[in-house]
Design a protein around this ligand. Structure first.
Ligand SMILES: *[C@@H]1O[C@H](CO)[C@@H](O)[C@H](O)[C@H]1NC(C)=O
Ligand SMILES: *[C@@H]1O[C@H](CO)[C@@H](O)[C@H](O)[C@H]1NC(C)=O
Length: 369
C-alpha cells in the first residue's frame, strides 16, 4: 500500500473496504493459530532491563478477505499471528465490510486483550501487514546492519526490531529502492504494508486515528507518519536488509463511490492542527522549547525529512499524560479519545505495569525549518 501522492500504490484489500460500520465480530479458533508458549525468548522489560519471557514477543496482525498462508510467515513460540477476515469466517476475527483502519484497530484490541493478560508488558512489537505482503531478503551486504542474518526474512526483521528497538520499524518498499545502500535510515513517508510498532507507542500513536476515515482511507497512515516524525524522529527506522513487495496493485479504485479516497493530505494536517494547544510549549529531546504547531509549517506530506536512524538507547517512547495535557487541547474529542484509551486498565497494564508514576516524555521532533 502506498499513499498515491507518491505514485506507488499497492493494493491493500480495498476490494472489500466499504464504509459500513458493522460491529459483528466473532472469534474462531483455528488449529494453525495455536501457539506453543513454552520456549524462552530474550526481550526487553518495562524499564529497558533485559527480561526472560516464555511468551511470544511478536504479534502479527493480518487483515484479508480470507485466511491463507503468507510465504515465510509461520507462527512459532516467539511469534503469534492473528487474522481478521472480512469475506468469510476463516480468520480469528470476522469483521465484514471493515475499512483498513477499523480492521487494524480491531486486531490491535484483540492483541491488547491477549497481551494484558500476561502481566509482563505483553508483546514487544505489534506488526501490522497487508495479506498480500511478500517479504524478501536483500542480498547486498552493504544493506545489512550485521553479518549473521537469519535466512528467513521475518526472522531477520524481528532481529532488526530487537537490535534497534525502533518506535516503528518498516521494511524497504518500492520508492526506497534507489536510496543509498545503507543498512538503516529514517523515512517520513513510509508505507503501511508492513509496520512493526513498539508496545509503548500505544500510549498515543496507536490505535490508528480513524476520525477522517469517511473522507479517505489513506489518512489514518498519515497520522502515523506525522506522529512518528514528531515524537520519534530517530526511531522510525527503515530496515534495508529486507524489502516488501505486493502482487496486487491498487491503481484503479473499483469501488469508486462506495467510499472516498482523497489524496489531499492537507485535510488530515489541518485537522490535526486543531488538536494542539497553540499557547503551550513543550521541551523536546534535544532541549528546545517548541509549540507542536511548528511541525506543520510546510507541505502536508513530505517525501522525506532529515534524520538519522538510531537505536533506542534510553529514549522513552511512552507519551505521558502530563505531556499530552500540555501540548494538546485536552477538551478536543480526538485527545479525549486518546486519554480514555490510555485509562483502560489493560492499556495501563501494558504501558506501566506496577509503576506508580509516568516518566517524563520528551519528543524527538524532526528538524524544524
Ligand atoms: C457489506 O456491504 C455490502 C455492500 O454494501 C452489503 O450488501 C452487505 O450486506 C454488507 N455485509 C454485512 C455483513 O453487513
Ligand atoms: C479546545 O477544543 C475544544 C473542543 O474542540 C474547543 O471548543 C476549544 O475552542 C479548543 N480550545 C482551544 C484553546 O483551542
Amino acid at each position: 500500500m502506498m499513499m498515491k501522492k507518491c505514485m506507488h500504490v499497492s493494493l491493500f484489500a480495498i476490494v472489500s473496504v466499504i464504509l459500513l460500520w458493522v460491529s459483528y465480530m466473532k472469534r474462531f479458533g483455528f488449529p494453525d493459530s495455536e501457539i506453543d508458549r513454552f520456549v524462552i525468548s530474550g526481550s526487553i522489560g518495562e524499564n529497558d532491563s533485559p527480561v526472560w519471557t516464555q511468551q511470544p514477543q511478536f504479534v502479527y496482525l493480518v487483515q484479508g478477505a480470507s485466511r491463507h498462508p503468507i510465504p515465510n510467515l509461520n507462527a512459532k513460540p516467539s511469534r503469534e499471528i492473528v487474522w481478521l477476515t472480512y469475506r468469510d469466517k476463516t480468520g480469528d476475527i470476522y469483521f465484514p465490510n471493515s475499512t483498513l483502519t477499523e480492521g487494524r484497530n480491531r486486531l490491535l484490541l484483540e492483541a491488547i486483550d491477549r497481551a494484558s493478560k500476561r502481566n509482563d508488558g505483553g508483546y514487544l512489537y505489534y506488526l501490522f501487514l497487508d495479506d498480500d505482503l511478500l517479504l524478501r531478503n536483500e542480498n547486498d551486504r552493504k544493506r545489512w546492519w550485521r553479518e549473521d542474518l537469519p535466512n528467513n526474512p521475518f526472522d531477520r526483521f524481528e532481529l532488526f526490531l530487537l537490535d534497534f528497538q525502533p518506535a516503528v520499524g518498516f521494511a524497504r518498499y518500492q520508492h526506497n529502492i534507489h536510496d543509498a545502500p545503507a543498512p538503516v535510515g529514517v523515512k517520513y513517508n513510509f508505507d503501511a504494508i508492513f509496520n512493526g510498532f513498539h508496545r509503548h507507542t500505544i500510549s498515543f500513536m496507536l490505535p490508528y486515528i480513524g476520525d477522517l476515515d469517511h473522507t479517505s482511507w489513506w489518512f489514518s497512515q498519515w497520522f502515523v507518519i506525522h506522529i512518528s516524525a514528531m515524537f520519534y524522529n530517530s526511531n522510525r527506522v527503515l530496515c534495508n536488509a529486507v524489502y516488501a513487495i505486493n502482487p496486487r496493485y491498487h491503481g484503479n479504485n473499483k469501488l469508486k463511490g462506495a467510499y472516498t479516497d482523497s489524496e489531499d493530505f492537507r485535510i488530515p494536517r489541518d485537522y490535526f492542527r486543531t488538536w494542539i494547544d497553540k499557547n503551550n510549549k513543550v521541551k523536546t529531546a534535544n532541549g528546545e522549547n517548541i509549540n507542536l504547531l511548528r511541525t506543520f509549517k510546510r507541505q502536508a506530506l513530505y517525501l522525506d525529512i532529515p534524520g538519522k536512524a538510531d537505536r533506542k538507547h534510553s529514549m522513552e517512547y511512552r507519551v505521558s499524560t502530563k505531556f499530552i495535557t500540555i501540548a494538546f487541547n485536552k477538551s478536543h474529542p480526538g485527545i479525549q479519545k486518546i486519554l480514555r484509551w490510555r485509562n483502560l486498565p489493560k492499556v495501563r497494564n501494558i504501558l506501566y505495569g506496577s509503576e506508580k508514576d509516568e516518566p517524563d516524555f520528551f519528543p524527538d521532533v524532526f528538524p524544524l525549518h
